[in-house]
Design a binder for this molecule. Structure first.
Ligand SMILES: Cc1ncc(COP(=O)(O)O)c(C=O)c1O
Ligand SMILES: N[C@@H](CCCC[NH3+])C(=O)O
Length: 438
């Protein structure tokens, strides 16, 4: 544990924190910035760059915000957004459930004693080993995503136990759900077949339906439509099979702000709209209101994280400025995969120069290795400067690669004026470990 940072009462800050940054981030007049009271310059000095920084208190606050917004429901953090053992511990302590989609995520959760009954396991092509580990480990909910899984799962359930099951369906509402590899279609009747097959297996206890609408959804409207459509399915299941399923899982997808101009989906208004739509539709269908489950990932860990990079080289010419840093597409593949855009700030030095558009590029041997296109940076940005990229707490660490045999980044957690390393930097020796022969 290493104490960093300074007493903020003695420093001059320029509040408030900008929207895409962790909520405790303050940009100071001397050019430095602090998150949770810890200087980003000091983090870079002590732990090196590039590095992911995650604000633990911000993660915990976002967990609580969701839990408070949905007091009668279940909030399952989507591990795929960002999971390490520390994060699994924070989520466990905050009382949330955990949505996992691989044996690896399950293993991380179990390694910190995450209660199995609070784990939901989903995935469109779970391997036999994953199904075995999930059932044997006693996960609270297993999400059936294809017909072949029904018998496979039933065969794994030990004598005297029943496995709780959700069935992932494609609600076919509006344009929110294009044809996709996930889930069982209601329209083609596959979802109905799955319901009948699960109900026919004594080892399985069908508790509800599951869906996931997509990513970066910034309005409650698609969720309202989906929850109505799923309630209608519950009524059809009641009419056809005489069972009233008690749960609906609406998945994740809640948007966050990556840019100052963007706004995330507020958990309170999202939960209120969802609950109202569900209650109204259930009343119309004569159904008891099922328990809601939501699986936010990005909106819990995304804004709580940032990445620090050191500028290695600056090239000016042809009307463009390229700022090359010591990381790149191996720690953030999102710009090259999805055209994702980011907010970038120089920290650690005060510049009096006006901001000019610059393109922040990585150090990988790939033309598409761009981190941020045309972002405003001081005209005198130079090698040695430190750059912070906002909202990198979700789908960065979890999507990182070792392209060009580059070690993956450390994760530094900050909280209450302290920084601590929770995932160390990957070194060449770590890469050699997997090589077992010449
Ligand atoms: C089933 C399911 N639940 C939850 C999530 C988390 O989504 P997000 O991080 O956008 O909230 C995903 C990922 O898209 C998902 O596929
Ligand atoms: N990886 C994506 C989101 C995919 C969500 C997975 N279900 C992203 O970075 O935005």
């Amino acid at each position: 544990m290493c104490a960093l940072g300074q007493d903020l009462a003695t420093t001059t800050e320029t509040p408030p924190a900008e929207n895409p940054w962790p909520s405790t981030t303050l940009f100071r007049e001397d050019g430095d910035a602090t998150t949770a009271g810890v200087s980003l310059v000091e983090i870079a000095r002590l732990y090196g760059t590039p590095a992911y920084v995650v604000d633990e208190a911000d993660v915990r606050r976002r967990c609580r915000e969701y839990a408070d917004a949905l007091p009668e429901g279940t909030v399952a953090y989507a591990a795929k957004a960002f999971l390490c053992r520390a994060m699994a511990g924070w989520v466990r302590e905050e009382g949330l459930s955990l949505d996992v989609c691989s044996g690896g995520e399950l293993a991380i959760a179990r390694s910190v004693g995450f209660p199995a009954e609070r784990i939901i396991f989903h995935g469109n092509a779970k391997t036999p080993r994953e199904l075995h580990d999930a059932v044997e480990g006693g996960v609270g909910r297993l999400v059936i995503d294809n017909l072949a899984e029904v018998h496979r799962v039933a065969a794994l359930v030990p004598e005297g136990r029943r496995q709780k099951i959700l069935i992932r369906v494609v609600p076919d509402t509006g344009d929110a759900v294009p044809s996709q590899k996930f889930g069982l279609s209601i329209a083609t009747g596959e979802a109905g077949v799955a319901v009948a097959r699960v109900l026919a297996q004594p080892e399985l206890e069908l508790v509800g339906l599951h869906c996931h609408l997509g990513s970066q959804i910034d309005s409650a409207r698609p969720y309202e439509e989906a929850v109505r459509a799923l309630a209608e399915q519950l009524a059809l299941i009641r009419d056809a099979h005489g069972v009233v399923l008690p749960e609906l899982d609406l998945g994740g997808g809640q948007a966050i702000a990556y840019l100052d101009s963007e706004r995330g989906l507020d958990p309170r208004s999202f939960a209120a709209a969802l609950t109202a739509a569900l209650e109204e539709r259930c009343a119309g269908l004569g159904l008891p209101v099922p328990r809601l489950i939501v699986e936010p990932g990005r909106s819990i860990s995304g804004p709580a994280g940032m990445t620090l990079y050191r500028v290695i080289a600056v090239k000016r010419g042809g009307g463009r400025v390229f700022v090359a840093v010591d990381g790149g597409m191996s720690d953030n593949p999102r710009p090259s995969l999805y055209g994702a855009r980011y907010t970038v700030k120089m920290v650690g030095r005060r510049s009096r120069e006006a901001a000019r558009p610059a393109t922040v590029v990585g150090h990988h041997c790939e033309t598409g290795d761009v981190l941020a296109e045309d972002v405003p940076l001081p005209a005198d940005v130079r090698p040695g400067d430190l750059l912070a990229v906002a909202a990198t707490g979700a789908y960065h660490h979890s999507m990182a690669s070792t392209y060009n045999a580059t070690g993956r980044l450390p994760v530094i957690a900050v909280s209450a004026r302290r920084a601590r390393l929770v995932v160390r930097r990957e070194e060449p020796d770590d890469l050699f470990l997997r090589e077992v022969g010449l």
